[in-house]
Write a protein that binds this ligand. Structure first.
Ligand code: ADP
Ligand code: MG
Ligand code: MG
Length: 523
């Protein structure tokens, strides 16, 4: 992608020391004043200095919005509602999900345990038909050869704890501020007219999804005031991102009560009503006689094994799942978001299934022939993903993964979320060789997407990092559906995230310390 802008000498502009100091100061001040913030890692501010966790610093952020091809941005947005509908349909297909879980079961106790929670609740019967999805579909721009049309290729689809919707809206506003303020440098190098910064309503969009579920739940039959529970991790550093969603639910004429509760304290401060409906009750920790009915449970925890240190934690997840609260997500929706499911969707049908609808199992979820263009739109966003099982395709993938040359074009992924779990390129054979072969089926092998080169300057922990970057676009979606009937009560696209990392880093997670926040300048 060209990073030179018309009328500018270089993008991003080269800064002298005074200009750089000024711009950094402007970014820091705006970020702190607008909650574009994160709690510092102990390596930046030690626990001795800040034992109470009082301090916040600006979240790592680019000084300039990154150029992003407009057609790719539009393509990603236009397919989001179809993606919402697709994942709602997948989460309703128990047989398909059971098959996916079976394929990874041997090497993946976590996914098996999740599935067991579903089976336990199924036995006694679910009491809530409605599900809430706050999704994020992530993409990289892919360009075969310089000069060819760039396209988006999906990295993954997140169905649990899809984060940064709160901070992303703020990042867009920061870059908008810098481009239109009296800040002289930006006015010289990038005129506001040459910058197309799309609106980004991610915080309000996600909050609106929660509100829709809250409204669909209906009044409390027990006469309690209702609330939304944010289930969080102990010591969460990315707390302001979550708070922006909470404030978006509150800063209206019709505010909704939100309580934050650590996953580890769920069994201490919530109970289930002894009624056929099994309402989830939240008891104020400081005044247990004050009880609220939780209509919606929003999980920003529970997506990885570290949140389940013991059996009690699994009991807590079961406790949520069997309650009448509308879950974001249910266990079924969480399993729908695994990389295994993504691989199954992206694997072309074999000749034996040649009379099936659609290019892969995708046709099972988007079956209507009138929707064929939608299905094709989704299909175009897939890249090659292979199973690592003992099927014919799996055996081929294993050969590729173990080959010292071929493996350089792939990433090996387990069924995990939250960053830092994948194995890249030459590390793949090394990792496989020390992993029992019976566990290989719990992984998928994905072709690396190689975006065009571009540059930016990242402000992280008070220091500037300048050079080549890779930008990952995420599109948020909100969806409320009926698990029994499939009826969609809501299906909306809900803004975007642009995360940028140095081009030498494999991972791009912001909270995990690899990437940073950014926004799109459409080109
Ligand atoms: P997680 O659920 O842990 O976020 P991801 O599938 O998003 O896992 O992988 C983490 C990061 O690895 C991504 O943000 C991206 O930077 C990189 N990555 C993953 N898949 C690919 C791919 N196919 N091509 C290039 N980079 C990838
Ligand atoms: Mg990811
Ligand atoms: Mg993920």
């Amino acid at each position: 992608m060209e990073t030179e802008k018309p009328g500018a000498l270089r993008y991003p502009p080269r800064l002298n020391q005074a200009e750089s100091d000024d711009l950094v100061q402007a970014v820091k001040n705006w970020a702190l004043a607008h909650g574009l913030t994160i709690r510092p890692q102990p390596s930046v501010v030690s626990d001795d200095v800040d034992p109470q966790g009082l301090l916040a610093i600006n979240v790592p952020v680019t000084l300039f919005p990154s150029p992003f091809p407009r057609q790719c941005f539009d393509q990603a947005r236009s397919v989001q509602q179809t993606y919402n509908e697709l994942y709602a349909a997948i989460s309703r297909d128990e047989e398909f999900l059971a098959g996916a879980v079976d394929e990874v079961r041997d090497g993946d106790e976590f996914t098996s345990n999740l599935w067991d929670v579903h089976l336990r609740v199924k036995k006694e019967g679910y009491t809530q038909n409605l599900s809430l999805g706050l999704f994020r579909s992530d993409y990289l721009v892919h360009q075969d050869l310089p000069g060819n049309e760039p396209q988006i290729k999906q990295v993954e689809f997140n169905t649990i704890a899809a984060s940064f919707g709160g901070l992303s809206a703020q990042t867009t506003l920061l870059h908008k501020f810098l481009s239109t303020s009296e800040y002289p440098l930006l006015q010289q190098s990038i005129t506001p007219e040459s910058l197309v910064l799309p609106e980004n309503d991610s915080a309000r969009g996600l909050a609106a999804g929660m509100r829709a579920a809250f409204d669909a739940y209906g009044d409390s039959e027990l006469g309690h005031e209702r609330c939304i529970l944010f289930v969080v991790q102990d010591g969460e550093r990315n707390v302001f991102d979550q708070r922006h969603l909470e404030y978006a639910l509150n800063d209206t004429l019709d505010p909704i009560r939100v309580f934050r509760i650590p996953f580890s304290q769920l069994l201490d401060h919530t109970s289930i009503a002894q009624t056929p409906k099994r309402q989830l009750l939240y008891h104020l920790p400081r005044n247990r006689s004050k009880t609220f009915e939780a209509s919606v449970v929003y999980l920003r925890a529970g997506y990885g094994p570290s949140d389940y240190p013991d059996q009690r934690a699994w009991e807590a997840r079961y406790h949520l799942e069997r309650s009448a609260a509308i879950k974001c997500p249910t266990v079924l929706t969480q399993v729908a978001g695994t990389k295994k499911v993504q691989q199954l969707l992206a694997t072309p049908r074999s000749d034996a299934d040649a009379d099936a609808d659609g290019p892969s199992i995708l046709g099972r979820f988007i079956p209507d022939p009138d929707d064929a263009p939608l299905s094709a739109q989704v299909w175009r966003t897939f890249s090659n993903i292979y199973p690592m099982d003992t099927s014919e395709a799996g055996r081929k993938a294993r050969q590729v993964a173990l080959d010292p040359e071929l493996c350089l074009h792939y990433v090996l992924k387990p069924q995990r979320e939250g960053g830092g779990n994948n194995h890249y390129r030459e590390d793949i054979p090394v990792f496989l060789e020390k992993t029992p072969e019976s566990h290989w089926g719990a992984y998928i092998l994905m072709e690396l997407i190689t975006p065009p080169k571009q540059e930016n300057i990242i402000l992280r922990n008070g220091k500037l990092e300048e050079g080549g970057v890779i930008c990952e676009l995420g599109i948020y979606g909100t969806c409320v559906w009926n698990q029994s009937t499939g009826e969609l009560l809501r299906n909306e696209e809900a803004g975007y995230l642009l995360r940028t990392k140095g081009d030498t880093s494999n991972e791009g997670g912001v909270a995990a310390g690899y990437g940073c926040m950014d926004s799109c300048a459409l080109v």
